[in-house]
Design a protein. Structure first.
Length: 320
C-alpha cells in the first residue's frame, strides 16, 4: 500500500470517519507491514489524549479475528471537539434514559410499514442502469446482469438473482483503478413524513449475497444513507455521503463457503431516520481486497438477491 493512501486511512481512523471497508484495508496493511504498524502507533500516540487507548485495542483485536461490522453514523461525529455538540449529546443521553424508565413502566409497541422498494428479487428488471440513480424504483450501478442459477448458486427465491460483473460502468472514469462493484436503488420516504415526525423511526434493510467461487479476498457489503432535498441531489448526496447524508449505516462480511459449498449470506442493518428526511439510497456491493495498483476488477461469480426494506416506528404505549 502506498504511504499516501495509508495515511488517508489512518487519518480517517483518528477522525472517527473510517468506514468498514476502509477498516478492512487498514487491518490488512497493519498485518502486512512492520513500517505501517510503527507509523500507525506513532500517529495514534500523538492523538492519544483525544481518542484514548480503547479504540487502538479494539482495532488490534480485529486483526486477530474475522469480523462482521456494522457502522451507524450521523453527520455529527466529533462530540469531543465541540462543546456545544457534547452538551447536545448529553441531552440526548438524558432523553434515552428517560425513555428507558418509561419503557420499564410501560409496553413498547411497534408499527411496521413496508417501503416502496422495487424488484427486490430481481424478477422484473432485466437491465441495470449506469451509475447512481436519480429516479425511484430502478436498480442502477456498475456492470451487472440478472441471471438464473449458475456456478453452483441458485436464486434465493424465484428464478432470478443479480450477478456483479465488473467494478465500473459506462459513466466511470476509464483511467480509474476500481475494486468495488456497486448497485443502488432510491426509496421515496416523503409519503412517510408523518411517521418520521415521531422522531422514533428506523429503516430495517436486509439482502442476501452468495459467491460461486472459493477465492478469498472478496467482501460483500450492504449500506444505506438518508438525505433531505430533491431527488436530483441523489448523486451528490451519495458521492458526498459523509457530508450530506443525514444518517448512514453499513454492514460488511467476507464472502465464504459454509460447509464447503455456495450458500446465501444474509446482511441486515437498521438505519435511524430523522424528521423531514426525503429519500433513502440503498447500496449493495462486492469488494476485492487488496485493491489492485491499476485496472478494474472483474468478479468471477458473486451474487445478490432477496432485498427487503421496511419502516419501523417504535414508541412506548401511551406515549404521543
Amino acid at each position: 500500500m502506498n504511504p499516501e493512501h495509508f495515511n488517508t486511512l489512518v487519518h480517517a481512523y483518528l477522525d472517527g470517519t473510517l468506514s468498514p471497508l476502509q477498516k478492512l484495508e487498514l487491518e490488512q496493511a497493519l498485518r502486512d507491514s512492520v513500517e505501517h504498524r510503527a507509523q500507525f502507533w506513532k500517529q495514534t500516540e500523538l492523538h492519544g489524549q483525544l481518542r484514548g487507548v480503547s479504540e487502538n485495542e479494539a482495532l488490534w483485536r480485529g486483526l486477530e479475528q474475522a469480523s462482521e461490522i456494522q457502522m451507524v453514523s450521523s453527520r455529527s461525529r466529533s462530540w469531543f471537539c465541540n462543546p456545544l455538540a457534547a452538551a447536545a449529546a448529553g441531552f440526548v443521553l438524558c432523553l434515552f434514559c428517560t425513555s428507558s424508565v418509561r419503557a420499564y413502566m410501560g409496553q413498547w409497541v411497534s408499527k411496521v410499514r413496508p417501503l416502496p422498494m422495487a424488484n427486490g428479487g430481481f424478477e422484473e428488471q432485466t437491465k441495470i442502469e449506469d451509475g447512481v440513480p436519480t429516479v425511484v424504483g430502478v436498480w442502477s450501478g456498475d456492470y451487472s446482469r440478472v441471471v438464473g442459477a449458475e456456478n453452483g448458486v441458485t436464486p434465493y427465491q424465484g428464478g432470478k438473482m443479480l450477478r456483479f460483473v465488473r467494478a465500473n460502468n459506462e459513466l466511470s472514469d476509464p483511467r480509474a483503478t476500481r475494486n468495488v462493484g456497486e448497485i443502488h436503488q432510491i426509496i421515496d420516504l416523503r409519503p412517510f413524513h408523518a411517521d418520521l415526525a415521531t422522531g422514533k423511526a428506523q429503516v430495517e434493510i436486509s439482502a442476501r449475497f452468495a459467491a460461486g467461487t472459493q477465492d478469498s479476498g472478496y467482501y460483500f457489503s450492504l449500506q444505506a444513507i438518508s438525505f433531505q432535498g430533491p431527488i436530483e441531489w441523489a448523486v451528490e448526496a451519495w458521492n458526498g455521503r459523509d457530508r450530506y447524508g443525514r444518517t448512514a449505516a453499513e454492514r460488511v462480511v467476507e464472502a465464504s463457503w459454509p460447509a464447503g459449498r455456495p450458500a446465501w449470506q444474509k446482511l441486515q442493518l437498521n438505519l435511524p431516520v430523522l424528521t423531514g428526511t426525503d429519500f433513502l439510497i440503498l447500496h449493495g456491493a462486492v469488494t476485492r481486497l487488496p485493491k489492485p495498483k491499476e485496472g478494474v476488477v472483474e468478479f468471477p461469480a458473486h451474487y445478490m438477491d432477496d432485498v427487503t426494506a421496511q419502516l419501523r416506528i417504535n414508541r412506548v404505549e401511551g406515549d404521543s
